[in-house]
Design a protein around this ligand. Structure first.
Ligand code: ATP
Length: 487
């Protein structure tokens, strides 16, 4: 990683610790690799990202509108499935057999690397940069390693009690397809959304929260007829890309990359990744924020018939040596009857699958800004400011009394309580006013309100904008509507 980029990443990590966005998990015991805790500001930011996603994709979605490039209006509903599911789910879906990484161990330094990441993984033996480059490096052949966390259900610790923590939230949606269809009165095309934890025993968790072992996903399974699926795939690629730009990611650091056919899973008819140029990556490299995949009827069919494999152009049930399905499906009918055409078919699926933690990291990296602003005497002072989009900013407004007397704390307290009915608002009366502004700038708070001597005379307060630092005098009676307008 170039020095400048490393420095920027180090500064972001240190700000996240200092301001209480992200802590190492179990830090007082020395930490645990691949697990992270979100502090008071981090939990707000993360919650806002999830809420905004849910609002934009599910509850706020207008199902009477006809999206560009697609012929029919559609509905969106949500579910919240359990983390531990029937082990057969993972066998039919293919995860049990296929969710592997190829690993390479170094017999000299005992480090373990993903075979596909050897060219970018750091090697601990100087001056070698990557594993295998030093004469001491003694790498094994690539070996398979299952990424699913295993657990046991009930008191017995034997193979009949084995279960897995879900490595993705998607399967919880597929196995509930029929339940949703028969209870929510939805008709094709429609989407089911879910936000929840997923677990992967990543070999080399790294790049801060980018590759964790426990993380959250925001996934949509969008069900449609086979003949409309390509149009919906294009629609979702565009819709999800714009979601990130609408929340402040600059399009020059974001890209939608189509997978080459050789890179796609065997069942996929099309996959594109939405990628961001994270500062921890080398120049020109991008990291995946979200995958949008056209999965055909693979998932519903797998849960009907059993684990599918590709044979030339067709997907067929994998058979064992006795000619039975190697991993049986549920045997339930997950097809759809279309009233309009009087036809029965297995719906096709478009899956936009996003990571909450990666989105949060991208928003933090994009928002991190260093600039200089003049102090009271006009001397430029360096500051760090998180220019987070107001919709996701952890705290929307901070309220300060200029000094702790003359009735200012009482008036500021009243304003604080009034605004708190609507937003997450912070009250601060400690330290110089400049220092209080700095604290809020580093937390990404879009607006600061200060009650001062003038307030006592005419009821006006100053309203300071985080990005421009411009302060204007406004009537304290109009604060709610004014801030509402600007947020
Ligand atoms: P990668 O190639 O980076 O391992 P993936 O292609 O396996 O990712 P998907 O299975 O498509 O990822 O998962 C969907 C989304 O879940 C990803 O785009 C990412 O945002 C998030 N995600 C996946 N693995 C992790 C992880 N280990 N830590 C944090 N987020 C993750």
């Amino acid at each position: 990683m170039p020095d400048g980029k490393k420095k920027k990443m180090d500064k972001i990590v240190s700000l996240c610790k200092r301001r209480g966005f992200i802590f190492q998990s179990s830090e007082i015991y020395g930490g645990i690799g691949g697990f992270w805790d979100y502090g008071p500001l981090g939990v707000e930011l993360k919650r806002n990202i999830k809420d905004v996603w849910w609002r934009d994709m599910v509850t706020g979605h207008d199902d009477t509108s006809t999206p560009v490039g697609a012929a029919t209006p559609y509905e969106m509903v949500g579910i919240d499935a359990s983390i531990v599911m029937h082990p057969q789910v993972w066998k039919a879906s293919g995860h049990y057999d296929l969710f592997h990484d190829m690993l390479v161990d170094c017999r000299t330094c005992k480090a373990r690397f993903r075979a596909d990441q050897i060219p970018t993984s750091p090697c601990s033996r100087k001056p070698s940069k990557h594993p295998g480059e030093h004469t001491d490096c003694d790498l094994t052949e690539p070996r398979e390693f299952n990424l699913m966390f295993k657990t046991f259900i009930g008191a017995l610790i034997d193979p009949t009690a084995e279960a897995y923590l879900r490595p993705e939230t998607a399967q919880g949606i597929f196995v509930n397809f029929k339940n949703v269809l028969s209870t929510a009165r939805v008709k094709l095309p429609f989407g089911i959304a879910q936000i929840g934890k997923a677990f992967r025993n990543e070999i080399t968790p790294r790049n801060y929260t980018f590759r964790s072992r426990e993380f959250e996903q925001m996934e949509i399974e969008f069900f449609c007829s086979p003949d409309s699926s390509q149009g919906w795939y294009d629609y979702w690629c565009a819709r999800r890309f714009t979601w990130y730009t609408s929340l402040g990611l600059k399009s020059e650091r974001l890209r939608l990359r189509d997978h080459a056919a050789s890179e796609r899973a065997h069942y996929s008819c099309g996959t594109a990744d939405i990628e961001y140029a994270f500062p921890f990556l080398a120049e020109g490299e991008f990291g995946e924020l979200e995958g949008v995949s056209h999965r055909g009827d693979f998932d519903l069919r797998s849960h009907m018939e059993g684990k599918l494999v590709r044979d030339g152009d067709i997907l067929k049930v994998e058979l064992d040596e006795h000619g039975r399905a190697s991993h049986a499906g549920s045997g339930k009918d997950l097809s759809y009857f279309d009233d309009a055409t009087q036809t029965k078919f297995i719906p096709h699926v478009i899956e936009p699958s996003a990571g909450v933690d990666r989105a949060m990291l991208a928003f933090l990296c994009e928002a991190y800004t260093e600039d200089a602003i003049p102090d009271d005497k006009g001397v430029p002072q360096e500051r760090v400011v998180l220019k987070l989009h107001p919709r996701i900013a952890p705290v929307k407004v901070a309220v300060f009394p200029l000094i702790k007397k003359d009735g200012m704390p009482e008036i500021a307290g009243e304003i604080y309580r009034e605004l708190k009915l609507k937003w997450n608002v912070s009250y601060d009366q400690k330290g110089s006013i400049g220092r209080r502004y700095r604290r809020q700038d580093e937390s990404g708070t879009p607006f600061c309100i200060t009650v001062d001597h003038q307030t006592l005379i005419d009821g006006t307060v100053t309203l300071r904008d985080r990005n421009t630092t411009v302060q204007e005098r406004v009537n304290s009676a109009n604060l709610v509507s004014l801030i509402e307008e600007r947020l």
